[in-house]
Design a protein around this ligand. Structure first.
Ligand code: FES
Length: 520
C-alpha cells in the first residue's frame, strides 16, 4: 500500500486493487482565510486526480473544495459516500459532475473490486462538522489504515474490532475560532489558548493510545493565514496560546509522551507500507526538519504569491444593494418559529454589529438582533444580549447573496469577526447558525429531541463519586474519557468540565450531569 501526502487532511491511497483520493483541498476556504500549509498547489493534480475512488469526509471547505474537485478530479471516480442524514454532500458532488456513488452504511465494511475493503464511520450530531463528519478505514492485502481525519468518535472500538490497524491518520491541531476572536484581555486569551492547545494534544494521545497503530500520521494540521488581518494566527510568533501548532511541534510534544512512531508527510511525500503493514519507508520532496525550520520564510513567500487571490476574493464580497435586515428576517424568522430546542438553548438575543470593513475593525454601520425568545430578527434596541458578534457587513451581504445555510462553514471559521458573550459558551448559538435551512433545522431539532428524551441510566464509579456513564455533551464514555480531580470532572473528548456536587456543566449552558457522592 502506498500513501501519498497531498496536504492538510488530504492523501491518496494506492493499492493494486485501486486508488482512493481523500479530501483534496487547494483553494482558500472561509472567506479566503485558510490556505493549506505546506502549500500543495504545485502538486501534479492532473495525475493525482486520476483515481478510482473519491472520499470527501465532510462538507467543511478545507475538505470539500468544489473548484478543485470540478477541475482536477476524474468524474469517472466512484464517490465513497458517508451515511449522512441529509443529501447535501451527494447533491453538491453531483452538481460538480460526479455520477457514480457508493452509499456506504456507517460502521459496515464494504468490499470493492479486487479485494479492497472500506468502512466509513459517519458521525451525525448537530455539532459534528457541518452536520456530519466521518472517518475512512481501508484494508487491502492484510494492511489496514484508518484515516480518522478530524472526526471525533467517542472511541475507536469499531475499528479495533476489525483487526490491528497499521497506519492511523488523525488531527492534532486547532480548527476553530476560539479563543482568538473573543474580546478578552490578552493574558486571559493566552491562558485559554494554552489550555486549548494542551487539550487538543491530550485528545490526540488518547486516540493514538486507543488504536495503538504501528504508525501515526499527524494530519488535518493547521491551515495558514495569509491575509494581513489574520497573519497573527500563524504559529510563528512564539505565542504559547496559539491553537495552531504544526507537525514539527507535534513531533516534539509526541516525543515527550514517549511517541516514536510518527510519520510526518509533506505534500508530495510518499510512504510505502510493507511487510504486512509493519514497516514503512517514506520519501519526501525535501527534508521535513529543514522545511519546518524555514516555516516563516515559506509563509512569507506564500503570502506574497497568494495576495492577488485574496484581493480577487475580497472584490466579490460586497453587495451593498442587499437589504441585510430584510433578507435575514426572511431567511431566519421562519426557522426561529420552528426551532424549539435550539431557540430555548440560546435563550436570549444575539446581536450582530456590522462594520464597513471585511472584519471586526472599522465603523459599525448597522446593528441587528436575532431575538430567539421573541422569534424575530430586528434592529438592535440597546438591550442586554447573550452573544455579540462583530463582523463586516460585506461578509453578511455575501452570505445572503450566495444563499449560505451554514455560517459556521463560512463566516465563523473565517475568524473574520470578534465575539463577546455573557456567561458560558453556548453550543446552541453555533448549532443554530449552521442550520439556516429547513432541512438542517428539522434534522437538528429532531436530534436534540431524541437526545433530550434518551434516558441514560447507567452509572460508573470514580473514587468518591458515582457518575452517569455517558458525557452529557456528546455521550463519550466517561469510564474512558472522564477524569475526576477533587469535585470536578473533566471529559477529555472535548474538555468539558462539570462540578460534581451541583452537577452543573462549567463549560456550556445546560448539560447537567448526574452525580452523587459515593457512600463509604
Ligand atoms: S463528549 Fe464532548 S466533552 Fe464529553
Amino acid at each position: 500500500m502506498r500513501i501519498t501526502g497531498t496536504g492538510h487532511a488530504s492523501m491518496r491511497i494506492d493499492t493494486a486493487a485501486g486508488s482512493i483520493l481523500c479530501d483534496p483541498w487547494v483553494n482558500p476556504a472561509y472567506f479566503a482565510s485558510w490556505f493549506p500549509f505546506p502549500d500543495n498547489s504545485q502538486l501534479d493534480w492532473e495525475t493525482l486526480g486520476d483515481v478510482d475512488y473519491l472520499y470527501v469526509s465532510h462538507l467543511h471547505r478545507d475538505h470539500f473544495d468544489a473548484e478543485h474537485l470540478k477541475r482536477f478530479i476524474s468524474k469517472k471516480a466512484t464517490v465513497l459516500l458517508p451515511e449522512y442524514p441529509t443529501s447535501q454532500l451527494e447533491d453538491e458532488l453531483r452538481e460538480l459532475g460526479f455520477t457514480s456513488f457508493l452509499r456506504t452504511r456507517s460502521d459496515e465494511v464494504h468490499e470493492l473490486d479486487g479485494g479492497l475493503k472500506v468502512m466509513i464511520q459517519a458521525l451525525i450530531s448537530p455539532t459534528d462538522g457541518p452536520i456530519g463528519d466521518s472517518s475512512l478505514w481501508v484494508e487491502y492485502d492484510g494492511v489496514r489504515v484508518l484515516n480518522q481525519n478530524d472526526a471525533r468518535p467517542t472511541d475507536l472500538q469499531r475499528f479495533n474490532e476489525l483487526g490491528h490497524v497499521h497506519a492511523h491518520m488523525l488531527q492534532f491541531s486547532g480548527a476553530i475560532w476560539y479563543p482568538m476572536v473573543y474580546e478578552l484581555p490578552e493574558n486571559a486569551k493566552t491562558a485559554f489558548g494554552k489550555q486549548k492547545r494542551e487539550r487538543q494534544f491530550d485528545r490526540t494521545w488518547r486516540y493514538i493510545d486507543d488504536l495503538k497503530a504501528d504508525f501515526v500520521f499527524p494530519i488535518a494540521g493547521p491551515p495558514c493565514f495569509l491575509d494581513d488581518t489574520l497573519w497573527q494566527f500563524n504559529d510563528i510568533h512564539g505565542d504559547e496560546g496559539n491553537i495552531f501548532p504544526d507537525q514539527s511541534v507535534f513531533l516534539s510534544e509526541y516525543a515527550k509522551v514517549g511517541g516514536t512512531n510518527a510519520v510526518v508527510q509533506l505534500p508530495g511525500s510518499v510512504t510505502v507500507l510493507s511487510e504486512g503493514g509493519t514497516k514503512q519507508t517514506t520519501e519526501h520532496p525535501m527534508p521535513v526538519d529543514e522545511f519546518f525550520a524555514n516555516k516563516a520564510a515559506h509563509l512569507e513567500e506564500m503570502r506574497e504569491r497568494k495576495a492577488p487571490v485574496i484581493a480577487a476574493e475580497k472584490a466579490s464580497w460586497r453587495h451593498p444593494e442587499i437589504d441585510v435586515l430584510g433578507a435575514l428576517k426572511k431567511q431566519i424568522e421562519p426557522l426561529l418559529e420552528e426551532s424549539i430546542y435550539m431557540a430555548k438553548g440560546v435563550g436570549g438575543p444575539v446581536r450582530f454589529d456590522l462594520t464597513d470593513s471585511f472584519g471586526p475593525d472599522g465603523e459599525i454601520v448597522e446593528s441587528i438582533v436575532v431575538d430567539f425568545p421573541g422569534k424575530q430578527v430586528r434592529p438592535y434596541a440597546d438591550e442586554k444580549v447573550r452573544y455579540r458578534f462583530k463582523t463586516g457587513r460585506a461578509l453578511i451581504e455575501h452570505l445572503i447573496f450566495i444563499g449560505e445555510g451554514d455560517w459556521v462553514n463560512s463566516l465563523f471559521l473565517s475568524c473574520r469577526f470578534s465575539a463577546a458573550r455573557i456567561g458560558q459558551y453556548n453550543e446552541f448559538v453555533y448549532a443554530f447558525f449552521k442550520c439556516l435551512s429547513e432541512e438542517r433545522l428539522q434534522y437538528a431539532e429532531g436530534w436534540y429531541d431524541e437526545h433530550e428524551k434518551a434516558v441514560d441510566a447507567e452509572d460508573i464509579q470514580f473514587d468518591d463519586w458515582t457518575v452517569q456513564r455517558r458525557c452529557p455533551h456528546l455521550k463519550a464514555d466517561l469510564s474512558r474519557f472522564g477524569i475526576v480531580e477533587g469535585n470536578q470532572l473533566t471529559c477529555q473528548l472535548h474538555g468539558w468540565k462539570f462540578d460534581l456536587p451541583s452537577g452543573r456543566c462549567l463549560t456550556s449552558v445546560g448539560h447537567k450531569i448526574r452525580a452523587s457522592k459515593t457512600e463509604s
